[in-house]
Design a protein around this ligand. Structure first.
Ligand SMILES: Nc1ncnc2c1ncn2[C@@H]1O[C@H](COP(=O)(O)OP(=O)(O)O)[C@@H](O)[C@H]1O
Ligand SMILES: [Mg+2]
Length: 244
């Protein structure tokens, strides 16, 4: 595998006295797209929050780009998140008061990139994702699919080594969801970003090169990429190997 950029070792977590994750090992290499699958309540979002440094594990270790994350202070973890991670959630994580391009610029502005350069990079990423024409609109003026592409642009714009995506197409219809996944996976591969794609849908997981299967807070399996044949073509297209 290529260089590891994010790793969870022996992760455990409990909310109060209720255990939800038990001895979970997971590792992402540069440019790798890994799906975390499992039924609702199996601990997928909890695992993502641990790996993001938003929650501290009750046991185990988290390593981000060679640095142990879970033992850092709250402030340092939040700095690392901003600089080294991008996030895509199901919905509602863009700032409604800002325009599309202002949302996409945020990770750059917050890490000290000057305004003109931030704007240019945000526009370029929106263009890469096919939504540059909506740059100056407010969120209320764009569709769910366009807003989710803007969310993907924001996650990618500072070229972080890792993107964590939690049910990123859960609120979209199938066709729009496929376009958003194609954009996310295609752009992530171009800039060698590792993507953790949390989903309970096989169709979504088929965009990943590998699966990890969670059940009741434990890893119970996974595959090195054996998915429904009908979906393999779309995946190869996203990887630039097929469909000319
Ligand atoms: N903040 C919380 N407080 C208490 N229990 C929680 C909290 N968040 C999630 N849980 C519980 O932890 C388990 C795993 O939840 P979650 O990680 O959200 O699963 P998934 O994302 O796979 O649906 C579920 O039983 C859920 O009810
Ligand atoms: Mg969840």
């Amino acid at each position: 595998m290529s260089k590891l950029v994010l790793e969870g070792r022996g992760l455990r977590h409990a909310y109060g006295s209720t255990p939800v994750l038990d001895d979970v090992d997971i590792a992402l290499g540069a440019g790798e797209v890994v799906a975390v699958m499992g039924p609702s309540g199996s601990g997928k979002s909890t695992l993502l929050h641990l790996l993001a440094g938003l929650l501290r594990p009750s046991g185990g270790e988290i390593w981000l780009a060679g640095e142990r994350l879970d033992t850092l202070s709250e402030r340092k973890r939040s700095e690392r998140r901003l600089a080294r991670m991008g996030f895509v959630f199901q919905f509602g994580d863009l700032v409604p008061e800002l325009t599309v391009v202002e949302n996409v610029e945020l990770p750059l502005r917050l890490t000290g990139v000057r305004a003109s350069r931030s704007r240019a990079r945000a526009i370029a990423m929106l263009d890469r994702l096919g939504v540059a024409e909506h740059a100056d609109k407010r969120l209320s003026e764009v569709s769910g699919g366009q807003a989710q592409r803007a969310a993907v642009a924001r996650a990618l714009v500072h070229a972080p080594p890792v993107i964590l995506a939690d049910e990123p197409t859960g609120a979209l219809d199938t066709t729009t969801g496929e376009l958003v996944l194609e954009a996310l996976v295609g752009a992530a591969k171009e800039q060698k970003t590792a993507v953790l794609l949390v989903t309970h849908e096989l169709r979504v997981a088929s965009w990943a090169s590998r699966d990890v299967l969670l059940r009741d807070g434990r890893i119970v399996g996974g595959s090195p990429g054996a998915h429904e044949p009908a979906l393999m073509g779309a995946r190869r297209a996203a990887e630039g190997q097929g469909v000319g």
